[in-house]
Write a protein that binds this ligand. Sequence first.
Ligand SMILES: NC(=O)c1ccc[n+]([C@@H]2O[C@H](COP(=O)([O-])OP(=O)(O)OC[C@H]3O[C@@H](n4cnc5c(N)ncnc54)[C@H](OP(=O)(O)O)[C@@H]3O)[C@@H](O)[C@H]2O)c1
Length: 291
Amino acid sequence: MRIVIIGTGGRLGAALARDYATTFDVRAYTRADLDLTDLDRTRELLRPLDFDLLINSAALTHVDYCEDHRDEAFMINAEAPQVLAELCQEKNAKLIQISTDYVFDGKSPIPYREEDEVIPLSVYGESKREGELRVLSASAQYLVVRISWVFGPDRPSFVDQVIQRARKTKQVAAVADKFSTPTYTLDLAQWLQTAWKKDLSGLLHLTNGGECSWQQYAQYAIDCCYHYGLALQAKRVEELKLSDMKNFIAQRPVYTVLSTARFTRQTGVKPRNWREAVAEYIKTYVIKDEN
Ligand SMILES: NC(=O)c1ccc[n+]([C@@H]2O[C@H](COP(=O)([O-])OP(=O)(O)OC[C@H]3O[C@@H](n4cnc5c(N)ncnc54)[C@H](OP(=O)(O)O)[C@@H]3O)[C@@H](O)[C@H]2O)c1
């Protein structure tokens, strides 16, 4: 099977490229190899290739930057996926477009299902939603996978920043009134494979199990570090309110837990709890790097 992966300089794309290269014929593209703001060049690069599946993990992911760069956000997060969808149609290839929990307004008291109404609060969310629509309207065969709070070994994320800060200072704080679910890139690599082998199409929510606030996530990461014997300065993560984050430009949804029931129903696979995944990540990558 020949797979093209776009966005392999990023946290998820890099993990997918490494994981799949052991089994499949993978062509990996970083932003330097293929810039999605140049759509003619994108067509020129991909058109001569033969592939069976394209995974688009590239995106303009900086939520606050997007707020002030609407055109660029829509170009990368919506127009480019449409062009990728057209290229996949020409090749009769499958397409997996990665999307986000930020398409929701966060007002639901229970986990969001694929069929729930989307109301993006930010330009990032709007542009990613537009990308979903363009991919889904190109073919009923394509798969759009919404994920949340991505972490993994290929690019530092929230959990790494928390641990880094806890190494340096006793004062660590995180928002306690915003909730979602961490998603481990190495788990996602397995689930995506399951999804395309089962020919899933349409919208799909895929995250680890359970839910937490940023503060609970941070506290658990620090507890894991202590458990595995990593010396830190901080022990307790103080609670902040989302409204305390004066440096945030874009509005963030407060509750974006995604229900993965459809994935489990259609594949028989139940994503493991985020705590198990975070503990494994810290043990395998954070503690290992220390020794
Ligand atoms: N991170 C999260 O918590 C989160 C949550 C929900 C959904 N998602 C979605 O998950 C997917 C993967 O995100 P991630 O966590 O891996 O983010 P990431 O680390 O920021 O990766 C995104 C990649 O896209 C690349 N990119 C940006 N502009 C591009 C352009 N014009 N042309 C080509 N490539 C470009 C970036 O290039 P550089 O390497 O130059 O930066 C980066 O390598 C995205 O679709 C994102 O919307 C992420």
